[in-house]
Write a protein that binds this ligand. Structure first.
Ligand code: SF4
Ligand code: SF4
Length: 912
């Protein structure tokens, strides 16, 4: 982009080709009034307030749509432009309610020193809650508008308060169309539009119904955040007295946000524009899902089981009991289950406690249940099991191949980025058995059968090789074992692939050609790839495909596993895994072990411990006798919950540390109250390896304590001096000292924004793209694959396939989101999504209660008839304790990653 020199109001301004006059003025700090321009949106030119005079141009050009040209001379504040602007504002005011202009703070909004309702100007009657933040008021102030020379009209729309989080008062709407544009251009929901003409023009949801009835509104609140006046307002509309920058606690996208605090409570959330992950955007959970922080059911003090009941206890008693009990078991009889919801510092402390205090290698967390194959697969292929690229690169990708990811539901802000890529001309290929929302943007939809991913991917790779579309130079220079891999392709003739996947040959060929030629091509995947008994093979197949076409190590390309929970990447990085110390340093490496023994002053276990699924099994056989669970709820997240419950009930001692009395906590002998993300300091590492700060905004509720502090106090009580940390920043310093990929990370540096690992030294800028020059393991390794079907296929007794996943409105086991009233309004119960054809055969109508049975259990839930589910496949989410899908799922494990096959099991559905 070339530099362009222009003059604005006599000031010389250096700007760039492609910028508009408005952007150039704003970059130079020159105010031009506008009500419809927005940096998040395409230029619109609707409000006509940003008109300016430009030498050698006729009329009054609009600054927001006029591109800068060399030598341009602009005047923004002349009597002519201001006269026209005033007339435009007066027209807007002619049918705008004027409550805001007659409040008792006339000294601030005084320019319109009139009362259009004949209310005495001294009377307090501020009815517009936007009052002090209204952009219309600011423009009125700037232009000095003091009268409305036009006949006033009064709109009388009823207020739409159907959405649980915000209301719409169209009487205050100025028709700037920002809400319509942000909903369409940025969110991609297209839930609202301007209808009618002239004075009847208004913003309406589908069929002019209340917004909650709009089929595509996702309640993200971006329309509210972008509304310049008081037409769209959050229902909680008090203004915060303080805003604290932090990172979202829900999914792995890691959106930056400000928690608004007033009177010691979090009352609002605002997206952080400076954060390049989300650029200010948030989804419904991030923006509105914070009620749980102050929910009355929060655990406020420790509980100890006495005579079969959990009763209130003091910290000394509870910690003393835990320390004395845990001190009695042998290391191999104990386990620690850490949490992807907790901070890096807390996970580091949890695994250090397990290894250095309890002396056990039995430490794991829920990554086992979501992305273990990402680590086991990508480490074999690339040497590093993490997302290769950065979220903000993908808008320029030529092809996005999204397989096994329901991105709009599980990673909403990344789905917006994918939609931007499509807007920019990129081709989206969606591979998913269900007709998920992303299919609306797809150039090509491959509707493969659940569990047939390896066949589909190998079929595409065979086409690429056969048609000479492989990047031979990349393969020769950067990879190894290609010939062996190539031989394994011969088993994937298109007839076999079509029969196995159910995808027509011509679509497989087209997908292969697009992916191989529309570079850079990026692969996205999530748990649709990993949660299989062959999840590691699935992940390896994606890596093979990327290497085959040279789509690794370049911007906008790569293999990009989308991590589910806020800090699942960080919990893995911190070594809350049975086989590695922090930074994936192998437990079996004697030098590494010596390093940690020296640093922690303790003898450490010699071999890898048990995984979470093995820990639960070992509890069932009484080999494991005591478990310390931090922030996890295995009684909803484990497969075959009945078995998991029976196993945990056999424990001699169970400690659960959480913020609510979860299903698992109800079984515990001791419950320790931790705190939410809003009440502590720390860091999360998001899906693109970005370490970001979490900051304390409010005091812990009741007598609860940060998890790092509780575990440190236990460590100290059990006689280990390595837990004497005063704050999480000191823990991060120890992490950096022992973890090469975090070596350059410190709280001081994180003040400037997130850092992506590897970041080995204090001077290192972080690594947005992995494997640019060579793979972490040296050469990328092609691995031959064969097709393996799911472990349990439909049969006469269980004729349907059950697949599970997430809902946009809830998170994981619902511990937090089920405590948010509004989210429960948006999705109040778990449903069984079933194709109308299957439903008709079973005599089931929409809304009927149905019983879903598998070989492991039965669940009753309401049927939702939808073509999203293909014939023969039913879908359930796993958030709801009342209809726990994991009562049904198959615990069959991937032999390498030990992840259960959550995504495919055979079920029967009957009317309940
Ligand atoms: S809440 Fe989000 S999806 Fe709904 S209308 Fe507003 S911008 Fe669109
Ligand atoms: S996309 Fe994920 S990280 Fe971002 S606001 Fe939503 S839940 Fe939070």
């Amino acid at each position: 982009m070339g530099t362009i020199n222009i003059t604005i109001d006599g000031q010389e301004v250096k700007t760039r080709t492609g910028m508009t006059v408005l952007e150039a003025a704003q970059s130079a700090g020159i105010y031009i009034p506008t009500l419809c321009a927005d940096p998040d949106l395409k230029p619109y030119g609707g409000c006509r307030l940003c008109i300016v005079e430009i030498e050698k141009m006729r009329g009054l050009p609009i600054a927001c749509t006029t591109p800068v040209t060399e030598g341009m001379v602009v005047k923004t504040n002349t009597p002519t432009v201001n006269e026209v602007r005033r007339a435009n504002v007066q027209l807007i005011l002619a049918d705008h309610p004027s409550e805001c202009l007659i409040c008792d703070r006339r000294e601030r909004c005084g320019p319109l020193d009139i009362c259009l309702r004949n209310v005495a100007v001294t009377e307090r009657c501020v009815t517009c809650p936007k009052n002090e933040h209204c952009e219309l008021q600011a423009v009125v102030d700037y232009l000095g508008v003091t009268e409305i020379p036009f006949r006033r009209t009064q709109r009388s729309y009823s207020i739409d308060d159907s959405n649980p989080f915000f209301y719409r008062d169209l009487n205050k709407c100025i028709l700037c169309a920002k809400c319509v544009r942000v909903c369409d251009e940025a969110v991609g929901a297209g839930a609202i539009a301007i209808i009618n003409r002239g004075y009847s023009s208004k913003v309406a949801a589908f069929a002019d119904k209340p917004i909650l009835d709009s089929s595509t509104c996702v309640s993200c609140g971006e329309c509210v955040a972008h509304c310049p006046v008081g037409a769209l307002m959050p229902k909680e509309n008090k203004l915060p007295t303080e805003e604290v920058p932090t990172t979202c606690t829900y999914c792995g996208v890691g959106c930056g946000m400000y928690l608004g605090v007033r009177d010691g409570r979090v009352i609002s959330v605002r997206g952080s524009r400076e954060n390049t992950v989300n650029n200010g955007f948030l989804c419904v959970k991030g923006r509105f899902g914070f009620d749980f922080i102050h929910h009355p059911e929060r655990l406020k003090y420790p509980l100890i089981r006495k005579n079969g009941k959990l009763v209130k206890a003091g910290w000394d008693e509870a910690l003393g009991l835990v320390a004395s009990k845990l001190g009695k078991y042998k290391p191999e009889e104990m386990a620690v289950i850490s949490s992807a919801k907790c901070t890096n510092e807390e996970n580091y402390i949890a695994q250090k406690f397990a290894r250095a205090v309890l002396g056990t290698g039995n430490v794991d967390h829920c990554a086992r249940l979501c992305h273990a194959p990402t680590v086991t697969g990508l480490v074999q292929s690339f040497g590093s099991g993490a997302m290769t690229n950065s979220i903000n690169e993908f808008r320029d990708s030529g092809c996005i191949f999204a397989i096994g990811t329901n991105t709009t539901e599980a990673h909403p802000i990344i789905s917006q980025e994918i939609k931007r890529a499509v807007d920019n001309g990129g081709k989206l290929i969606v591979a998913n058995p269900r007709e998920i929302d992303m299919v609306r943007w797809a150039y090509l939809w491959l509707q493969h059968k659940p569990g047939s991913d390896v066949a589909l991917l190998m079929g595409m790779m065979k086409v690429i090789v056969d048609e000479g579309l492989a990047d031979q130079e990349f393969i020769d220079e950067r990879c190894e074992n290609f010939d062996d891999f190539k031989k394994s392709l011969k088993n994937f003739g298109l007839d076999f692939v079509e029969k196995t996947t159910g995808v027509p040959k011509d679509k497989i060929i087209e997908a292969a050609r697009i992916y191989a030629t529309e570079k850079p091509s990026a692969i996205f995947y999530a748990m649709g790839i990993t949660q299989h008994s062959h999840g590691t093979d699935n992940v390896i197949a994606t890596a093979n495909l990327a290497m085959l076409t040279g789509n690794v190590g370049k911007a906008g390309s790569g293999v990009n596993p989308l991590r589910g929970q806020n800090n699942v990447q960080g919990a893995c990085d911190m070594g809350a895994l049975p086989n590695v110390y922090p930074g994936y340093q192998a437990v079996v490496d004697a030098d590494i072990k010596r390093k940690f023994e020296a640093a922690w002053g303790a003898k450490l276990p010699d071999k890898p411990g048990l995984t979470i699924t093995e820990i639960v099994d070992a509890a069932g056989t009484k080999k494991i006798k005591a478990i310390y669970i931090i922030g996890e709820n295995p009684l909803l997240s484990e497969p075959n919950i009945t078995h998991a419950k029976e196993a945990l009930e056999k424990l001699e001692f169970l400690v659960v540390q959480d913020i609510f009395l979860s299903e698992t906590a109800e079984l515990a002998d001791v419950v320790l109250p931790g705190v939410s993300f809003a009440e502590k300091d720390g860091t999360f590492t998001n899906t693109d390896r970005r370490v970001q700060r979490v900051r304390k905004a409010v005091e812990p509720v009741g007598n609860s304590r940060p998890d790092w502090q509780i575990t440190c106090q236990l460590g100290q009580k059990m006689g280990n001096g390595g837990f004497d940390f005063g704050n999480p920043s000191q823990i991060m310093d120890e992490i950096a000292m022992l973890t090469p990929s975090y070596g350059g990370i410190s709280y001081r540096r994180l003040e400037e924004g997130g850092l992506q690992w590897p970041c080995p030294t204090p001077e290192h800028p972080g690594t947005p793209i992995l494997h640019t020059q060579q793979f972490t393991r040296g050469k990328g390794r092609f691995i031959p694959l064969e097709y393996k079907p799911p472990m349990e296929l439909p049969d006469k007794n269980y004729p349907l396939v059950l697949t599970t996943g997430r809902s946009l409105y809830h998170f994981h086991t619902g511990t937090m989101t089920r405590k948010v009233t509004g989210l429960n309004v948006l999705k109040r119960e778990g449903t069984v999504e079933i194709n109308p054809e299957d439903a008709a055969r079973l005599g089931v109508a929409d809304g009927d209660m149905v019983r879903v049975s598998s070989r492991r259990g039965k669940v009753t839930a309401r049927a939702k008839l939808t073509g999203v589910s293909p014939v023969g496949v039913v879908f359930m989410t796993f958030h709801f304790a009342e209809s726990p899908a994991n009562m049904l799922t198959n615990p069959a494990l991937d032999p390498v990653a030990k992840i259960p096959e959550f995504k495919v099991c055979a079920v029967r559905v009957e009317k309940a």
